[in-house]
Design a protein around this ligand. Sequence first.
Ligand code: DGL
Length: 303
Amino acid sequence: VFGARVTDRNSPIFVLDSGLGGLTVVRAILSQLPGERVVYFGDTARLPYGSKTKETVTAFVRQIINWGSRIRPKCVVIACNTASALALPGIKLEAGTMIMAGVIEPGARAAATAAGTDERATIGVIATEATVRSQAYQNAIRRRRRLVHLLVQPTPLLVPMIEEGRTGDDPVVELALRQYLQPMLARGINTLVLGCTHYPLLTPAIQRIVGPNVKVIDSARKCAHDIARRLDDADLLASCADDSAMQKIDAKRLSIYVTDDPDRFQRLAPRFLGFEVDAPTLVPPEVLYHAIDTRASELRPSA
Ligand code: DGL
């Protein structure tokens, strides 16, 4: 459905999320992969995904990838745990040979390793309600460590607080984190997966609360490692010209599209990326519905 694999090394990586959270993946991609260009799609009009059903989230993701396929990306990254959990398995079947990456498998793999082999090893996962309900992390971790102790906690207050611009020093955020993490700490977790791409923004506060002995796994960074490996395997890493401007982690390598309120996105994005961005381009959701219709009629055999 989404077209064949693009074999041009210099084509961009298409990254999508419900809002700002996927920018933590973009930041990791830009810093780990110096030659790459990224096109980012934040579905801000329809956020949050974390409280929606599999059918709805899958339909949204399919529309966005359909729209994005016009830029002929060499790789599509679902930089949202909720969408990776609910939509990626089905969407992969429609993706043909296109390289598709998500955040759950790399996060689960890293957690299974970090937890160690001690029989008391206990992995905690915090994520949106939909990700927890999908059992995606539970299954992905159990595939690697069948007997590890696992505690999974939905943390629905965190995304709205982060999208509102609150940080880890905010007393309301601190209180919510303590409430969510205390029961896991009481049961002795030694590894904690940040199972939502928004959460790395709170890493310092989370690490402070769980203490230095708990390994905190950032699924966004692990996802960027995975993309690097897969592009390299496919011989699709961008050739990084000897051009220092190319190597800088800045807005020149990134274009952003959102479905609502580009100004707000532009204002908040630097907190996720560490640099200022150009004004995002608005793509109203009805354009996405139209993208599907147009492609469907293109695919229909002519009478
Ligand atoms: N960033 C998304 C994730 O990784 C959650 C945001 C939302 O609920 O839309 O799960």
